[in-house]
Design a protein around this ligand. Structure first.
Ligand code: GLA
Length: 365
């Protein structure tokens, strides 16, 4: 029997930049998915989860295709199918998943599921894994098997994250550096809006095509760049459509904020980092329009609380989670006040957890 763990992630800053060739700055968190793997000799693979009743049994001959009735098992099935297509023979095994990661909350539970499955299956086949390959592979499972056109950030973070470090990923060339993320007397809090994330995929794809449109306009003006994040802010004037210009302004300004954030984290200047978080949220709210009343309520109230250095939504948006950096002495007051205000405004009950950073995918024991 072997056990493996893949964490969830929060992105500290750099939202909706991965598919625009920009910089992102995620950390792995201490919540995640544990996979227990038991080898079998009959070639059958079984899938079971502690939190879902649906189980699945597949044999080597079965062709695997996405099917919504397969629910959570689509993720490991997608991994198995894609590994087969890469030429790997998948030996029989029982896979049992246990999760502490809330699902559909923007903490990357699906990327964690893909990464932990791929990591475990290849480890037992004694394949030496390249982490960037692992991230890319799982992104393709998500894009091609699940049908979600996400960028690389979540899979990359979960494959390569490290405790007490944030991961500065350059999504244009898939390189990274680690930047210390040491909070001292401060704490990283996750505020889960508990808003069901309907329409997220269509809205996400809509933003992607709006960015493609902005890049096309810049190209047509003879600026030869590969990604929107490379654009000079003065080129925004080339874009006459107001919505497209706002989308591009978020992307270009957010990329500048990530560079600043990495610099200030290096200097351990958490106050300036917090102000950049606030500016990032504003841009996502007003220019990119992916936050919504729930995340805005959580974030704007959080930002007003004394000893909260900064707060912003994290991940794709349209519901999901926000994060805040709060002094340890103010954490309980923060939780109570933010939750009360949120309930008063939205009628929803949020969950607020203190989280620690953690390592990326690894074997346990
Ligand atoms: C989701 C996607 C990522 C990224 C973020 C927004 O988490 O899976 O690729 O685009 O949204 O930053």
């Amino acid at each position: 029997m072997k056990r493996f763990f893949a964490p969830g992630r929060v992105n500290l800053i750099g939202e909706h930049l991965d598919y625009n060739g920009g910089l992102v700055l995620p950390v792995c968190i201490d919540l995640g998915i544990t996979l227990t793997l038991l080898e079998r000799t009959d070639g059958i693979v079984t899938l079971q989860s502690k939190s879902h009743p649906l189980t699945k049994e597949i044999s080597a001959e079965d062709t695997l295709e996405y099917n919504s009735a397969n629910d959570w098992t689509n993720y490991p099935l997608g991994v198995i199918q894609h590994l087969r297509e890469e030429g790997y023979r998948i030996n029989g095994c029982d896979l049992f998943f246990e999760s502490t990661l809330p699902e559909s909350s923007g903490l990357s539970s699906s990327a964690a599921l893909e990464i932990v499955t791929t990591f475990a299956l290849l480890q037992i086949h004694r394949v030496k894994l390249d982490s960037v390959w692992l991230a890319n592979f799982c992104k393709l499972v998500e894009n091609n098997f699940i049908g979600v056109q996400c960028g690389i950030m979540d899979q990359y973070a979960i494959a390569l994250g490290r405790q007490d470090q944030s991961l500065l990923i350059d999504c244009a060339n898939l390189s990274h550096t680690y930047i210390p993320f040491e909070l001292g007397d401060y704490r990283l809090l996750i505020m889960n809006s508990k808003k069901p994330r309907a329409l997220i995929h269509s809205k996400y794809n809509e933003r992607k095509s709006e960015c493609e449109e902005a890049l096309k306009i810049i190209h047509n003006a003879n600026h030869d760049i590969h990604h929107l994040c490379e654009a000079d802010p003065v080129w925004l004037d080339l874009i006459t459509d107001e919505v497209i210009r706002k989308r591009a302004r978020h992307v270009i300004s957010e990329n500048i904020r990530v560079k600043e954030a990495a610099k200030f984290l290096q200097m351990n200047d958490l106050s300036t980092f917090g102000r950049l978080m606030n500016a990032s949220h504003y841009s996502l709210q007003v220019d990119y329009e992916v936050s919504g009343i729930e995340l805005d309520t959580l974030v704007s109230y959080a930002q007003q609380i004394k000893n909260c250095l900064g707060a912003r939504m994290t991940g794709a948006g349209f519901g999901g989670c926000a994060i805040a950096v709060v002094h340890q002495t103010a954490v309980s007051e923060f939780k109570e006040k933010v939750a009360d205000n949120y309930f008063r405004v939205t009628g929803l009950t949020c969950e607020i957890y203190e989280t620690k950073t953690g390592d990326g995918v690894h074997a346990i024991d």
